[in-house]
Design a protein around this ligand. Structure first.
Ligand code: NI
Length: 182
């Protein structure tokens, strides 16, 4: 189980490393890590569990945030609808992700972005593409292609940045330059 203390803080220089391509088959350790990441992200978004286990809520995590210098990330995206009785989530695991295309349109998260490695509120906008197409591999080494838009697209771009040693605070601006906020 991943605890808050396992997640590297923004001051940790390892977060600035460029993560390395993963070779297949994946090690059992990496598979276990991915499952732990899914569990953390899922539980952290459920109030009862986040309080019980003291988890700061997050929807995405890159391996490097655990000090693992490998190119993969997990996003657990809440898709609960109004009439759902319990919270629902879509889970994405992308290994060796590449953003192969994107919209011209840019957006920014209205409330600012958050990051499990940045344990403070940071105001401002981070410009992201509104729609993206990512390719990569699943946990079994099968090639995958995923389209994402809006909040999910922001999450994918945020996590891809982590694999390149970039934090959202590097990209923050005080002005949204008229781009759409969500
Ligand atoms: Ni982050």
């Amino acid at each position: 189980m991943i605890k808050m203390k396992d997640i590297l803080d923004e001051k940790d220089k390892r977060l600035r490393n460029i993560s390395k391509e993963v070779t297949f088959p994946l090690s059992q350790k990496d598979k276990d890590t991915i499952n732990d990441m899914i569990e953390y992200l899922h539980d952290s978004q459920i109030e009862e569990l986040s309080e019980k286990y003291n988890l700061r809520p997050g929807m995405g995590m890159a391996a490097i945030q655990l000090g693992i210098n490998k190119r993969y990330f997990v996003v657990v995206h809440e898709v609960t609808k109004e009439d759902d009785e319990e919270q629902k989530f879509d889970t994405y695991v992308i290994i060796n992700p590449v953003m192969i295309s994107h919209s011209e349109e840019e957006i920014a998260a209205d409330a600012g972005e958050g990051c499990l490695s940045v344990n403070r509120d940071v105001e401002g906008y981070v410009k992201r593409y509104a729609r993206v197409k990512f390719e990569g591999y699943d946990i079994d080494g099968n090639k995958i292609s995923i389209r994402a838009r809006e909040e999910l697209a922001i999450a994918f771009q945020h996590e891809l940045d982590h694999l390149n040693g970039i934090l959202f605070i590097d990209k923050i601006t005080n002005n949204n330059d008229g781009i759409r906020t969500i």
